[in-house]
Design a protein around this ligand. Structure first.
Ligand SMILES: [Ca+2]
Ligand SMILES: [Ca+2]
Length: 135
């Protein structure tokens, strides 16, 4: 009985805590005029594989922005990719990234060597953590 009683008090207590947490979250959102769904979206973006991924994941992620499906990434497509990460001055960084990675200067990132250079650029300038996946 005593044990059960104790346990029940614990449950009530943690529920109370939960209410306090949710309450302060709502108060925070209200205070800063942030709708709760907006905060939920912000959480989602945190969880996106934007900060840490393997080279293969990076390639797969980049492929999603290959708008004209030619299997290559041009500056415009790279810009969209950077915008999706909410990188500031994405258009400018896309141009910089292209300059660094596009070895044969055809305006496309299309082979392993150029992808590797783009990975280097993303690590150095965009502070993305990209790991070699084939170790
Ligand atoms: Ca393309
Ligand atoms: Ca190229």
């Amino acid at each position: 009985m005593g044990v059960f009683g104790g346990r029940r008090r614990d449950v009530v207590f943690s529920l109370k805590e939960l209410v306090v947490v949710v309450g302060s979250l709502v108060a925070f959102a209200h205070h800063y005029h942030v709708p709760l769904w907006g905060m939920a979206i912000m959480r989602c973006i945190d969880v996106q594989p934007s900060n840490e991924m393997t080279v293969d994941e990076f390639k797969a992620w980049l492929r999603r922005f290959d708008a004209d499906h030619d299997g290559r990434i041009n500056q415009e497509e790279l810009k969209e990719a950077l915008h999706s990460l909410r990188v500031r001055f994405g258009w400018w960084k896309a141009r910089q990234g292209m300059k660094e990675a596009d070895c044969n200067h055809d305006g496309q990132i299309e082979n392993a060597k150029e992808i590797e250079k783009l990975v280097n650029y993303a690590q150095k300038r965009l502070h993305m953590k990209i790991y070699q996946s084939d170790w």
